[in-house]
Design a protein around this ligand. Structure first.
Ligand code: NAI
Length: 319
């Protein structure tokens, strides 16, 4: 099997001084990429800074014969991180937004500061770093972006309202960048990892923790960033050497009134609720145009006064 290489490509990995980011940086470098190892060197709550973790990974890469430079800026200073790539290697091809911290607290007790720092690092930091690379991607007609979400964002998790909202915000950001970048060969995807790291060491039981090696997620991120991979706008969950794609799906729903002239009452909603939430014929809508198109179809049916069963049938037959 021919080895997949990354020669001539320049990759920024944020938060690459430890955990998942370190595994990504080592893999990219081992396959020929020039890597900017960004890490603020903060603790898991985002306090403090140190050049040590980024330096250690850069030394490791160089010892193995790879090319890497360190950057110690916060992802909020994303332009400086991208400048490091341009200054050192003359281009930027891939941004893996991975840096992250936690400030877990129940919603009732959460302060503005605990909300803001999580949204700053995860959502705004990823935006700032990616936005600084975007003009280069457009100019060279090529770019790959990874955002790092979490099952906490997809499903929710007690004590993580700040983190889960920022993490699902990244899915929304990816959805739009996938559309804006597509024509310029800029593909954006989201990884949902589960890995043993500093962030999870006191949460995941030790036996499971040991098996959840970051190195088992890195090849998935690597492939998503490769020029041969055409995936765009996807959410990919990965752990343990397993990977799968996530979708948001919607029920086929139920028309709650038959004619435009009919009122909609709370009682209509109550009577039809089981049909609204019946997921038997659920499907994925792939675009805002498709969602709006379905609404226009419902409107047309209402205008023509089609009986609700017929409307339901018309809707289902398009699935
Ligand atoms: P980690 O704590 O081992 O690594 C995160 C790195 O980001 C640290 O080295 C830290 O210094 C750096 N960092 C923190 N704030 C920064 C900033 N403002 N600018 C630059 N660097 C900064 O954590 P891990 O587990 O490797 O997490 C990586 C990403 O994966 C995070 O975004 C995390 O939220 C996400 N994630 C991790 C999961 C897991 O199971 N480990 C699950 C779901 C998501």
């Amino acid at each position: 099997m021919q080895e997949i290489r990354f020669v001539g490509r320049v990759v920024v990995v944020t938060g690459a001084g430890a955990g998942l980011g370190r595994a990504y940086a080592l893999l990219f470098a081992s396959r020929g990429a020039s890597v900017v190892v960004n890490d603020l060197g903060s603790n898991r709550h985002g306090d403090g800074s140190s050049s040590k973790s980024a330096d250690t990974v850069v030394q490791e890469i160089r010892r193995n014969g790879g090319k890497a430079v360190a950057n110690y800026d916060s992802v909020l200073d994303g332009a400086k991180i991208i400048k490091t790539a341009i200054d050192a290697f003359g281009r930027i091809d891939v941004v893996v937004n991975n840096a992250g911290i936690l400030r877990d607290v129940s919603f009732a007790k959460m302060t503005d500061a605990q909300w803001d720092i999580i949204h700053d690092v995860h959502l705004k930091g990823a935006m700032k770093t990616t936005q600084a690379a975007w003009p280069y991607f457009i100019k060279q007609n090529y770019g790959r972006v990874i955002f790092t979400s979490s099952n906490s964002g997809v499903y929710g998790n007690f004590g993580q309202s700040n983190y889960s909202s920022a993490k699902l915000g990244l899915v929304g950001l990816a959805n739009t960048l996938a559309i804006e970048g597509e024509r310029k060969n800029i593909y954006t995807n989201v990884i949902v990892p589960t890995a043993g790291s500093r962030l999870t060491e006191d949460i995941i039981p030790p036996d499971f923790f040991e098996q959840l090696k970051p190195e088992l997620i890195a090849p998935v991120v690597f492939w998503l960033c490769h020029e041969d991979c055409t995936e765009n706008g996807s959410i990919i969950e990965a752990a343990l050497g397993w990977a799968g794609k996530c979708h948001i799906i919607r029920s086929s729903g139920c028309v709650l009134r038959q004619n435009l002239s009919d009122d909609l009452t709370p009682e209509n909603v109550r009577e039809n609720w089981s049909k609204v939430i019946d997921m038997t014929s659920a499907k994925r809508l792939t675009s805002i145009q498709e969602a709006t198109g379905e609404l226009l179809g419902i409107l047309e049916n209402m205008k023509s006064g089609a009986p609700s069963k017929e409307v339901d049938h018309v809707m289902r037959s398009t699935y």
